[in-house]
Design a protein around this ligand. Structure first.
Ligand SMILES: *[C@@H]1O[C@H](CO)[C@@H](O)[C@H](O)[C@H]1NC(C)=O
Ligand SMILES: *[C@@H]1O[C@H](CO)[C@@H](O)[C@H](O)[C@H]1NC(C)=O
Length: 270
């Protein structure tokens, strides 16, 4: 897909487990309903549909949807994401359409004036699982098999069930568009390159020599879960020399946003 106009980065955060999967930044592609040519997709990994490619000429190609709660942890991340959305949208030739925060706590919060928001009621207990009903028995089995295999367990660690989900959904014929250049995951991906998204779920721990100490609190660290009850302070210290570009970029992007968002401390400290 040759023409991704100016490179944009959107911070994307995936929560810890499904219970806290509050912040999933979705790129919703506008589909052209008049296009009749059916897509023959024989594989669970699909190509970018033609009609989406053709819309490359449109400057409203992506509508960013961000699911959110009214917790401070969700709020500070939404504010940073919206800052970066606006910055990318203002770039010449940007493909960014609108932005909607989908606030699923059922009532307005104190960011309504700052971020375009749509309030939805939380799903009744249990109902949110219905779409997973078909896949989940396979998902459980695949997870257990992966867990029982020592090598697989070691390779995937605490995100094993997420990969098991990918395997299970493929077995059920769920189709995905695979873009290997979609995102980086610091600290494991070292370079930023021409990627779209930083997925910052992993803690980034380093010693002062710039060596990764993953799983052990580092002398320098950035972990979003250090800020569950309130926003990170402005001007976080940058990592020591030797730390990969991906981690440096992440912290710089957080710092740039917190330096420029009016009332950073005041709104979130309530
Ligand atoms: C899951 O594994 C159990 C035990 O091996 C088996 O009885 C069951 O049919 C499996 N279910 C699915 C959906 O694969
Ligand atoms: C940010 O912190 C650094 C030290 O870590 C300091 O040198 C710099 O002046 C600070 N910048 C701002 C804008 O406060």
């Amino acid at each position: 897909m040759g023409r991704v106009s100016p490179f944009f980065l959107v911070l994307l955060s995936l929560g810890f487990f499904f219970a806290t999967y509050n912040l999933l930044t979705l790129v919703i592609q506008y589909k052209n309903s008049s296009s009749g040519n059916g897509l023959e997709l024989s594989d669970s990994i699909a190509n970018m549909p033609h009609e989406v490619k053709r819309l490359g000429k449109s400057n409203l190609r992506y509508h960013v949807g961000l699911t959110a709660t009214d917790t401070p942890y969700s709020q500070w991340q939404c504010r940073i994401m919206y800052y970066w959305y606006k910055k990318m949208k203002d770039m010449p030739g940007s493909d960014m359409g609108k932005f909607t925060r989908i606030l699923h706590s059922g009532k307005a919060d104190n960011l309504m004036d700052e971020i375009p928001t749509f309030v939805v009621d939380p799903l009744p207990e249990g109902l949110d699982r219905s779409i997973l009903e078909e896949i989940s028995p396979t998902w459980v089995n695949i997870s257990l098999r992966m867990k029982d295999d020592h090598e697989t367990d070691k390779a995937f660690g605490w995100v094993l069930e997420m990969y098991a989900y990918a395997v299970a959904s493929a077995l059920h014929g769920v189709r995905h568009i695979l873009r290997k250049d979609f995102m980086i995951q610091p600290p494991w991906d070292l370079e930023v390159g021409k990627r779209f998204i930083i997925h910052y779920t992993y803690g980034c721990d380093y010693n002062l020599k710039g060596e990764l100490t993953y799983g052990k609190i580092g002398e320098w660290r950035f972990d979003k879960r250090s800020y569950l009850s309130g926003p990170p302070p402005k001007n976080l210290s940058l990592p020591p020399p030797g730390v990969p570009e991906s981690v440096v970029r992440l912290v710089k992007m957080v710092n740039e946003a917190t330096a420029n968002i009016p009332g950073w401390e005041s709104i979130n400290s309530s």
